[in-house]
Design a protein around this ligand. Structure first.
Ligand code: PEP
Ligand code: MG
Length: 898
């Protein structure tokens, strides 16, 4: 097995083995772009190390051979005293984990070779600066020394000198600092800083392997749903230097704006600096466009390379580069992260440029991104009236509108959010230790750093609102306050911990107070209040419009809505619903009508019961007429009553108290007494497994018949009004075909009666939900009596796992998620292996009995992006979800089919 690949040996498709960084460095090398020579140690080597605690035995020799070759190519040896080859050792996993893992630069420097570097570069200051950086990074990441100690020593040196920036320290200062750093290492790590270059390199490689399993890396992977067993690759790359003087520098660039998608010159540049300075947001950068005046030839070369990369990758790329004395070097590229809006825009732009087709465009966006675009935004105009004031304007780093209480550290962010507070995490800049707080916060605000700072990159990845680099804000984390000079000339504003702030990640504006929010233009578009061709429709709306059209063209799954009133139905229809997949009739029995249900439950005699049902019938019928009218021409699946009846009765404790009080006043209420009796009778230990669903229909005479009559009569009336009603009757919670047969026969009789009485042909389909394991297992039999199945994956998940759907998310799911038992709640995304496999087999068995059996799903999973792909794969006819998720389901159904 080969554990080391030269950059000339790999390519961009080897990300599993070489990590994203290694694979793309190889790709660029093979494209003939200026990449400093180097090699990559594979993820396989890392996996061996993580599993056994030891590097693979062949690794040392293989690295040695590649190092020899590298030394030959460069004409100098690693750490060679008079002319040292220096290398960087960087992590690079398959999926980008920004700032999560370790990097060590300048490996090969030592007390001996620092002089050689000074001589070769003709720059003594540079040599000592490079050496102190090595000791600092090595100390921190390889030897686990607290990084603060180095920072403090550096600050102290600057203060002693009266210097603002580390650029003001000269060679002698830095040499002194190196001594100080070495002393810190010796004291903290209990060993001297290693002088042997190969030892430096091997220890750094091992540290990168180890960094795969730091707590913050694990947390990040859980968040991003990256598997824990991939391991990281390690790239060893010959160093080029951006800190050799003003003709050198380092920067990051995007081939397009990752926020808007527009083509242009986007990025940050930092003169006379080394790699990590930019990403860390330590010094403020200049816009990339300024490079044109600083170094025109390098700028032109970079622009041409960016063009090459974009055409080659057919996508937005982000790039890290360094200029060493006027020579441009590419240190990294990858297909760049982008905001949701940019993803839609870029996908359609690339189609227009002829780089990708429609099917590929669908893969460049996701339902989750579309959902993000449907979030409301701030109403700037209303900010004043609401008493909110703008206090700053930073960089719009990750879109969205976030309102919350100011907190100034990660710990408080987590603590407050656990107790239900919405918080905005405010930091001067963030670093990987802030990850927990960033997850807990509604949004993130920083006063330093650009679009590529840690805060910006991580927030974009998480889909969190972020404003960064709001420089006029002064963040004092120690005193937990933020001071701003408000641009409205009303003087200084001080925000203390707990004060409300609003941040707009789409514009970069920062407010004190709560700014009202307005609906997103994408929702306005779906609502039909904005047309894609209209003037006010921006590029984003047009892009969404086009992508939705691609999706609708290719998708096989139909999309229906879960809706039980005309208003929701009409919205669903505007959003593109092709019918109603679940009308929960219990929602029609609430409010004033609850009393009628009470009367039904309390009925002692046949005539009392009939009277109660008779009172309910016209109300139900009116509901259905409205619904069928709203959905005219489209199927409407009406589910007969499902929940346990006690849900319609007063709470047992409250009622007991009321009865007891009345009795103590010697004024008993006859009705309350009867109610209490009924409540006791209907009380169940496990109501979810009790008298509900089809069981109600079998036990409560006349209840289902009344509902079926209301449906049939409503349909007949709509027909008479020249409408096109298409109701379907659905029986819930069936476990065996016998239950279904009885209820179905009764329903069919009622329908026939209505047909006879009204002289119409109704063609009402009768089907069932599949939401119990037994139903799924006997689907072949059940299909004998059902014209359609609708998978109730909420109850099916509950019963297959034995998890109470109402309780577990609040009780032990957090622990399960933390322990990685599942990456996401099975109530959110379908559990393919368990619940999903029952869906798959039940669908097949049902169709074996009845080839034209219609199949759908109406549990929450119907609107979940991942689950939609699964339902496409197992051959369902439609998914049904809440109206707001319909566009997401349409898009994902298209992506699944493309
Ligand atoms: C289901 O169980 O998945 C379902 C759609 O029904 P309900 O959520 O109403 O129980
Ligand atoms: Mg159910």
């Amino acid at each position: 097995q080969k554990f080391v690949y030269d950059f000339t040996e790999g390519n961009k498709d080897l990300k599993d083995l070489l990590g994203g960084k290694g694979a793309n460095l190889a790709e660029m090398t093979n494209l003939g772009l200026p990449v400093p020579p180097g090699f990559t140690i594979t993820t396989e080597a890392c996996k061996v190390y993580l599993e056994s605690g030891k590097e693979p035995s062949a690794l040392g020799d293989e690295v040695g051979a590649h190092l020899d070759a590298l030394e030959q190519k460069m004409g100098k040896k690693l750490g060679q005293p008079d002319n040292p080859l220096l290398v960087s050792v960087r992590s690079g996993a398959k999926f980008s984990m920004p700032g999560m893992m370790d990097t060590v630069l300048n490996i090969g420097l030592s007390d001996a070779s620092v002089a050689g570097l000074a001589q070769q570069s003709g720059n003594e200051r540079f040599a000592w600066d490079s050496y102190r950086r090595l000791i600092q990074m090595f100390g921190k990441t390889v030897l686990d020394v607290d990084g603060e100690l180095f920072e403090e020593a550096l600050e102290k040196a600057k203060r002693a000198k009266g210097a603002d920036s580390d650029l003001d320290l000269d060679a002698a200062d830095l040499q002194q600092l190196v001594d100080g750093f070495k002393a810190i290492v010796a004291e903290q790590a209990g060993r001297e800083f290693p002088q042997e270059p190969r030892e430096q390199m091997d220890l750094a490689v091992r540290a990168v392997f180890d960094s795969w399993n730091t707590e913050r890396a694990k947390l990040y992977r859980r968040q991003e749903r990256i598997p824990h067993d991939l391991g990281t690759a390690v790239t060893v790359c010959s160093m080029v230097f951006g800190n050799l003087g003003p003709d050198s520098g380092t920067g990051v660039a995007f081939t397009r704006d990752p926020a808007s998608g527009h083509q242009g010159v986007y990025g940050d540049y930092l003169q006379n600096a080394q790699g990590e300075d930019v990403v860390a947001g330590i010094r403020n950068t200049v816009p990339l466009a300024d490079l044109e005046t600083l170094d025109k030839p390098s700028y032109d070369r970079l622009m041409s390379i960016m063009g090459t990369l974009e055409t080659h990758y057919k996508d937005l790329c982000d790039i890290e580069f360094t200029i060493e004395r006027g020579q441009l070097w590419m240190l990294q590229t990858r297909v760049g992260k982008r905001t949701a809006a940019a993803a839609f825009r870029i996908a359609t732009q690339l189609v227009d440029q002829g780089l990708i087709g429609e099917a590929e465009a669908l893969q460049r966006v996701s339902g989750a991104q579309l959902a993000q675009l449907m979030f409301p935004r701030f109403d700037d105009g209303a900010a004043d009236e609401a008493g909110a004031r703008r206090i700053g304007w930073g960089i719009a780093a990750s879109p969205g509108a976030a309102v919350g209480k100011a907190v100034f550290d990660s710990y408080t962010a987590v603590k407050w959010s656990r107790s239900g507070e919405k918080v905005i995490l405010i930091r001067r800049e963030t670093n990987p230790d802030d990850l927990n707080g960033m997850i807990a916060a509604e949004g993130i605000l920083t006063s330093r750093g650009g679009k590529t700072s840690h805060a910006a990159v991580v927030a974009r990845g998480m889909g969190k609102t972020c404003v960064c680099g709001a420089e006029e804000l002064e963040v004092d984390t120690k005193r937990r306050r933020l001071t701003a000079t408000a641009p409205d000339g009303r003087g200084t504003v001080v925000i203390e911990e707990g004060d409300l702030v609003s941040i707009d990640g789409s514009t970069g504006k920062v407010y004190v107070g709560e700014v009202p929010v307005v609906p997103s233009p994408v929702v306005e578009y779906f609502e039909g209040r904005m047309h894609a061709g209209a003037e006010e429709a921006d590029e984003l709306v047009q892009a969404v419009h086009r992508i939705m059209a691609y999706a609708d063209r290719v998708r096989r799954l139909r999309v229906r809505a879960n809706a039980d009133n005309a208003e929701d139905a009409l919205r669903a229809r505007r959003f593109g619903a092709q019918g109603i997949g679940l009308c929960r009739t219990e929602h029609m029995f609430l409010g004033e009508r609850r009393e009628l249900v009470e009367r039904l439950i309390l009925a002692d005699t046949e005539s009392e019961r009939e009277e109660a049902l008779g009172a309910l019938l016209p109300l139900q019928k009116a509901d259905f007429i409205e619904l069928f009218e709203a959905m005219d021409g489209l199927p409407v699946t009406v589910r007969l009553l499902d929940p346990p009846l006690h849900e319609f009765l007063p709470d047992i404790t409250e009622l007991s108290v009321r009865v007891a009080l009345a009795e103590s006043r010697k004024d008993p209420n006859e009705n309350d007494l009867r109610l209490l009796q009924a409540v006791h009778k209907l009380h169940e230990q496990n109501p979810m497994l009790g008298l509900r669903g089809v069981r109600l229909g079998l036990v409560i005479p006349g209840l289902f018949a009344m509902q079926v009559r209301a449906i049939a009569e409503a349909a007949a009336q709509r027909l008479a009004a020249k409408g096109d009603p298409r109701p379907e009757i659905m029986i819930p919670l069936v476990g065996t075909v016998q239950e279904l047969e009885i209820v179905r026969d009764e329903a069919a009789t009622v329908v026939a009666e209505v047909e006879a009485a009204t002289g119409t042909r109704l063609r009402l389909a009768i089907g069932t939900m599949i939401e119990l394991p037994r139903a799924a297992l006997t689907a072949g039999q059940i299909a004998e009596a059902a014209e359609f199945f609708s998978f109730g994956t909420n109850d099916l998940t509950q019963t297959v796992w034995g998890f109470s759907r109402d309780d577990v998310e609040a009780s032990f799911f957090t622990a399960y998620l933390e322990k990685g038992i599942f990456g996401v709640s099975p109530f959110e995304t379908i559990d393919r292996d368990g619940v999903g496999s029952l869906v798959r087999s039940a669908a097949a068995d049902g169709r074996a009995t009845r080839p034209d059996l219609k199949l759908g799903v109406c549990g929450e999973h119907g609107g979940d992006p991942e689950s939609v792909h699964f339902f496409h794969q197992v051959g369902l006819d439609y998914v049904s979800c809440s109206p707001f998720r319909i566009p997401v389901a349409r898009l994902e159904a298209g992506r699944a089919a493309a």
